[in-house]
Design a protein around this ligand. Structure first.
Ligand SMILES: Cc1cc2nc3c(=O)[nH]c(=O)nc-3n(C[C@H](O)[C@H](O)[C@H](O)COP(=O)(O)OP(=O)(O)OC[C@H]3O[C@@H](n4cnc5c(N)ncnc54)[C@H](O)[C@@H]3O)c2cc1C
Length: 419
């Protein structure tokens, strides 16, 4: 199945750093994977190029993540949810608006007998909990800041070579090194990719009235404007996170706005019930594009999360899909270890790919289609779109279908995850 020409019979040097699994990349996905494997007695080495002291700061990553119900179960299994919960704001109501229309579709968590659809957590707080989890588990070694520069594959193991010349070996190496994954390049795996010619502007705002745990997704022709509820700050100030997508044509113009002008524009776009709104964080922006690796596996190697698939944030599912990759590959590794089988076998890797590719492909197609459908301005299409959403809002099974996918409960979680 794999190109074995790179493989050599035996390593000819001494290796002191041997683990069950090596993870290249300690972003949100790599750190979560390390925690899940580590809490299941798998010895893991996670190597990341950036200093953890930097990545825990809000100024490093001002984004938030909508953690689905299924992803919270995965974090719970990794022993992290208790730590995160105080900073996680439950989403109990999702309101969808289209252009100038009032609320077209409203989804309530109580309609599906759940306390929340999911939770909004600030990325820097999620990172802090992930590092704490790692520091509490003897099974995990974090090597950071240190970049992996190369790797070699042998008959019975693979080796990652770091910038300072150290060699780390394991029967399986997992690339969690993000959308510009070098691991993917080393594995000679190409990607299907395109740009959305859109830019997501991200910031945190404070507002005078409570958000009442409502998440708002307002679809405009240039892109969605999303308001996601956050926990109040220490002084009791109500806060929300904004993901404002605009055409890349407007990138320089919007970046040039003063904070005062930005606040005025925010107040024009926020629904009235939030009261007065103002920025309480730096503003950051991200170019949006899709990348999907043609394969998630190579000899003794696998890709997870953004290294395998990076998608439009329109449905807040990028990392949630990554969490599902992590759950599936961890389940396979833990079972193989219990049976004393090879953790990097072709069989294990093929099973991982089979279980994850179709699900990720379907979500990428859905986010891509959603973005296209809501970008169409021409009257007949815009009318059909509104009629379609109204029909969904009146038809309970269709509503339930959307809710299940938003919560990540449409698929089955592997045995490793308690559910
Ligand atoms: C505006 C926006 C909003 C989003 N909102 C949501 C949301 O609400 N819900 C959701 O589920 N997803 C969301 N996402 C997607 C989510 O942010 C990503 O899926 C997630 O951050 C990917 O994490 P990762 O760990 O795979 O990659 P990354 O965060 O890119 O981490 C990769 C890591 O690998 C390290 N690395 C790279 N190369 C090397 C090397 N050679 N050696 C060592 N280390 C290396 C880097 O230092 C980095 O730490 C959003 C994305 C955007 C842009």
């Amino acid at each position: 199945m794999f190109d074995k020409t790179m493989a050599r019979k035996k390593t000819n040097h001494q290796i002191n750093n041997h683990y069950d699994v090596i993870i290249i990349g300690g972003g949100l996905a790599g750190l979560s994977l390390a925690n899940l494997l580590g809490s299941n007695s798998i010895s893991v080495c996670c190597i990341d190029g950036v200093d953890p002291k930097k990545t825990c700061k809000e100024s490093f990553d001002g984004r938030t993540v909508a953690i689905s119900w299924a992803s919270h179960k995965i974090l719970e299994s990794a022993g992290l949810w208790n730590m995160l919960q105080p900073d996680a704001c439950p989403i109990q109501d999702i309101q969808i608006l289209d252009g100038e229309s009032p609320v077209l579709l409203e989804l309530l968590s109580r309609d599906v007998n759940k306390s929340a659809f999911g939770w909004i957590v600030e990325n820097h707080l999620l990172r802090r909990a992930l590092y704490k989890g790692i520091s509490e588990k003897e099974t995990i070694t974090l090597v950071a800041p240190m970049s992996v520069e190369d790797f070699s594959v042998f008959d019975d193991h693979a080796e990652a070579i770091t910038k300072d010349g150290q060699t780390f070996s394991a029967p399986l190496i997992i690339g969690a090194d993000g959308r510009f994954s070098k691991t993917r390049d080393w594995m000679n795996i190409s990607v299907r990719e395109w740009s959305y010619h859109q830019q997501a502007f991200v910031c945190t705002v404070a507002h005078t009235q409570s958000h009442n745990h409502i998440a708002v997704e307002h679809f405009n022709s240039e892109g969605p404007f999303a308001v996601l509820p956050l926990t109040d700050d220490k002084s009791g100030q109500h806060r929300s996170s904004v993901v404002w997508t605009e055409s890349s044509r407007r990138e320089q113009e919007i970046k040039s706005w003063s904070d005062e002008r930005f606040n005025q524009e925010l107040n024009l776009r926020f629904p009235d019930f939030y009261g007065d709104v103002h920025l309480v964080s730096p503003r950051s922006s991200f170019p949006l594009g899709l990348k999907h690796a043609y394969s998630y596996i190579g000899e003794r190697m696998a890709l997870v999360a953004d290294a395998a698939h990076a998608m439009h944030p329109i449905a807040g599912q990028g990392l949630n899909m990554g969490f599902r990759d992590i759950a599936v590959i961890s389940d396979l590794i833990v079972k193989a270890k219990a049976m004393e089988e090879d953790l990097g076998s072709d069989l294990l890797l093929r099973s991982y790919q089979t279980q994850r590719r179709a699900d990720n492909t379907a979500m990428m197609a859905a986010t891509d289609t959603l973005n296209k459908i809501f970008s169409i301005k021409t009257p007949p299409f815009a009318f059909l779109r509104k009629t379609g959403i109204k029909a969904v809002s009146r038809f309970k099974p269709a509503k339930r279908f959307f809710i299940k996918h938003a919560m990540g409960t449409a698929g089955v979680l592997p045995d490793l995850i308690e559910h």
